[in-house]
Design a protein around this ligand. Structure first.
Ligand code: NDP
Length: 449
């Protein structure tokens, strides 16, 4: 990876020196800065106003203690985070992740990416992210609820419908959002749109649950159609079996694709006849079991321990929908060697820089996360609109808006890449298109942050 512009390279150098223990955050900034070099060359006014040095520094970063009592009466202590990265174009917006791998670096990488993703949706949302190193796996309902209540007991003072509106992410689904919302309401005595991903009867939006996965396929379809290709009849791999993966699978199958493998952090299942999504939903959404259970229930399918092996299965299209850095350079080469011609990212930053280089060098249709997985936050934005006007749209209404937003994101990324002489490079296009709107707002608002 090379940051060609001298100013950007210096800003990155200073950031790396200050944040040496935050590899994921530095990886995310390096990737964006690499794309923004031609913008920095063309816009000395951005440099003069310190836009690049300001945009990599969060406006606010909160770290807090989350104490709770487990079912055995033992006191447990976790660490909570909220980064409020950039509010130039709207209130901070971004999910909460509960996973043992959560650290300041992971939260800052996600918050930084969120700035540009939210900007691409064209809705007025700034960038934020949060979470905890709490592991929901194996916890009882009571433990999950007590943890969420304790987490919100600190978080509530930092958020609000016009300040910062969190949502779900890994380990935070409808159940956790419910417990968080209940505690927020109890603490503030206000029933308001402070979280998205709410239950339908409590101000949630139809299609929010499906939105990231559906949006990913709308984006992939747009990208492939533009190249004279499509989803119909193609063999597809999907990593993960959580919220994004399940609804990516549902839409891929509705578009005529054949999904042959899915995974979780323990391993992957391969079903040459095509994944039976009703079985996956039962196992993951209802019974909350491991994906290995699929092979026990579906004759002809197999389970292999170790999640990374999924990328060795021959496919036309790969949809990484689990977590960051889940495809490395070697795995990318294997995908290419086996005939894969398209990669669309449902997870955030699932491909390492070496993998991205491999996809671009081999001419794959490659959809970077901040563009292709923006459907979730876009629909969260639509949930905020519905809360503000105190109305609920029908599922077809929300779905149509989501589809339109994903098409527009593709057009914006494609257009920006072409404008800066990098036609077809959606990584650069998405970074540039997302950045410019935020940079212009920062310029207009003066050195306020
Ligand atoms: P979920 O918690 O619903 O699911 C995560 C899935 O990924 C699970 O199947 C989990 O398996 C698997 N997983 C986690 N870590 C690993 C690992 N190291 N290797 C392989 N599999 C792993 O999360 P979401 O589906 O909501 O999120 C998935 C990704 O999509 C994340 O990167 C998230 O940031 C991104 N995203 C989510 C959005 C949303 O609306 N939910 C919006 C935009 C992006 P296990 O159960 O074993 O942990």
């Amino acid at each position: 990876m090379e940051i060609k512009n001298k100013h950007l390279s210096e800003v990155y150098g200073a950031l790396a020196a200050k944040n040496a223990s935050e590899p994921e955050f530095l990886q995310a900034v390096a990737e964006v800065f690499e794309s923004l070099s031609p913008v920095a060359d063309a816009r000395p006014d951005y440099i003069k106003a310190g836009v690049f040095s300001r945009i990599v520094e969060p406006e606010r970063f909160v770290q807090f203690r989350v104490s709770w009592v487990d079912d055995n009466g033992n006191v447990q202590v976790n660490r909570g985070y909220r980064v409020q990265f950039n509010s130039a174009i709207g209130p901070y917006k971004g999910g909460l992740r509960f996973h043992p791998s959560v650290s300041a670096s992971v939260i800052k990488f996600l918050g930084f990416e969120q700035i540009f993703k939210n900007s691409l949706t064209t809705l007025p949302m700034g960038g934020g992210k949060g979470g905890s190193d709490f592991d929901p796996k194996g916890k009882s309902e009571g433990e999950i609820m007590r943890f969420c209540q304790s987490f919100m007991t600190e978080l509530f003072r930092h958020i609000g419908p016009d300040t910062d509106v969190p949502a779900g992410d890994i380990g935070v689904g409808g159940r956790e959002i419910g417990y968080l919302f209940g505690q927020y309401k109890r603490l503030t005595n206000r029933f308001e749109g402070v979280l998205t991903g709410k239950a339908i009867g409590s101000g949630g939006s139809l299609v929010r649950t499906q939105a990231t996965g559906y949006g990913l396929l709308y984006f992939a379809d747009e990208m492939l159609t533009d190249r004279g290709l499509g989803i119909d009849g193609k063999t597809i791999l999907i990593s993960g079996s959580g919220n994004v993966a399940i609804y990516a699978c549902e839409k891929a199958q509705a578009m005529g694709g054949k999904v042959v493998a899915m995974s979780d952090s323990g391993g992957y299942v391969y079903d040459p006849e095509g994944i039976k999504l009703d079985v996956v939903k039962q196992i993951k959404e209802v019974e909350r079991l491991r994906i290995s259970e699929y092979a026990a229930r579906v004759p002809g399918s197999t389970y292999t321990a170790g999640c990374r092996g999924i990328w060795s299965i021959p496919c036309d299209i790969a949809l990484p929908c689990a977590t960051q850095n889940e495809i490395n350079g070697e795995e990318a080469k294997t995908l290419v060697k086996n005939g894969c011609f398209a990669v669309a990212e449902g997870a955030n930053m699932p491909s390492t820089p070496e993998a991205v280089e491999c996809f671009l060098a081999n001419g794959l249709a490659y959809a970077p996360a901040k563009a292709s997985n923006a459907g979730g936050v876009a629909t969260s934005g639509l949930e905020m609109v519905q809360n503000s006007i105190r109305m609920s749209w029908t599922a077809p209404e929300v779905d149509e808006k989501l589809h339109g937003i994903m098409k527009n994101i593709y057009a914006a990324a494609k257009g920006a890449a072409a404008e800066y002489g990098m036609a077809g490079n959606l990584v650069a296009g998405a970074n540039i298109a997302g950045f410019q709107k935020v940079a212009d707002a920062m310029l207009w608002q003066g050195i306020s942050y």
